[in-house]
Ligand binder design. Structure first.
Ligand code: FMN
Length: 269
């Protein structure tokens, strides 16, 4: 049975653009996979302590030598990793905070990136262990970080998630950026127009039956302003063996490419 794990990060509930798009994606995915299952992992409702000393020691201690505190420190990651393994497709919906991922998502990543659980390591390289899966990342941001724009270098969210997903074995990743969300928040663009513009350019976000959105953003008066320019990025799969240990001084980032919505290929600088 196909299983989609949907990981939501935003604290904005019904106002969240990334959650709204994620809902639409899941609904469309269920139409394409009628026998499939969607697992909801809402990080705003998940107990996610930062990894601290008991966790660090536990990861370096044989299971039968761990004390109760160390076992408890690993338990959250154990169950989150089992959940990741149980799904063949992942969807991460997240805001951009300070040009990167929110701390809540980083706390999640710190729990699930575990040596010998989700990746293995030699002196020369890493090998991802969660292979055979694909992922989609929908991220919402106030700004626009199209690779051709002057702000592209400020986007530390998508390169980081691309690298982390490849590290644990997932190299087939699609990124969808919902930029200029401030225009919805300020009523310059109405939410229907905004979401439709993004959905129209991504197959998994295309119209679902008669109702396009599971969770409509609260309606705000529109001032009839310009429609935001949205970006749709697809990274071509990169093999996880291309990842070089960053501790090596001469490490080279793997080349990645993205395809814009007109099918043109670009190099990711
Ligand atoms: C703490 C914080 C930091 C933010 N940092 C950025 C940023 O660096 N770049 C940006 O374009 N938008 C930034 N934003 C705006 C959010 O990315 C934007 O409101 C987005 O729509 C939030 O996602 P959501 O609608 O799914 O909740 C920030 C918002 C907050 C609350």
């Amino acid at each position: 049975m196909s299983t989609l794990l949907k990981i939501d990060v935003s604290s904005r509930g019904a106002d969240s653009v990334s959650r709204s798009l994620g809902s639409t994606f899941a609904k469309q995915w269920l139409q394409l996979n009628p026998n499939g299952k969607v697992i909801e992992r809402d990080l705003t409702k998940t107990d996610l302590p930062f990894v601290e000393l008991p966790w660090i020691i536990a990861t370096r201690t044989e299971p039968d030598a761990q004390d109760a505190e160390q076992r408890a420190a690993l338990a959250i990651g154990d169950s989150l990793i089992a959940e990741l393994k149980s799904a063949n497709e992942w969807l991460i919906t997240t805001p951009m905070y300070n040009f990167a991922i929110p701390a809540r998502l980083k706390a999640y990543i710190d729990h699930i990136v575990r040596a010998d659980q989700t990746f293995s390591r030699t002196a020369e390289s890493f090998t991802g262990l969660l292979t055979g899966k694909k992922a989609t990342v929908i991220f919402a941001s106030a700004g626009e970080y199209d690779p051709s724009s002057p702000l592209a270098a400020y986007d530390h969210l998508s390169p980081y998630l691309k690298m982390i997903l490849a590290l644990i074995g997932v190299t087939e990743v699609t990124f969808v950026q919902a930029g200029s969300t401030w225009k919805v928040d300020r009523g310059i663009t109405d939410s229907e127009t905004f979401l439709t513009s993004i959905c129209g350019q991504h197959p998994m976000l295309a119209s679902v039956g008669g109702s396009r959105f599971d969770e409509r953003l609260p309606s705000r008066p529109s001032h009839g302003g310009e429609i935001f320019a949205q970006v749709h990025r697809e990274f071509a799969p990169a093999s996880s063996d291309e990842l070089v240990d960053p501790l090596q001084r001469n490490s080279q980032a793997p080349e990645s490419r993205w395809i814009d919505h007109q099918g043109r290929q670009h190099r990711w600088a």
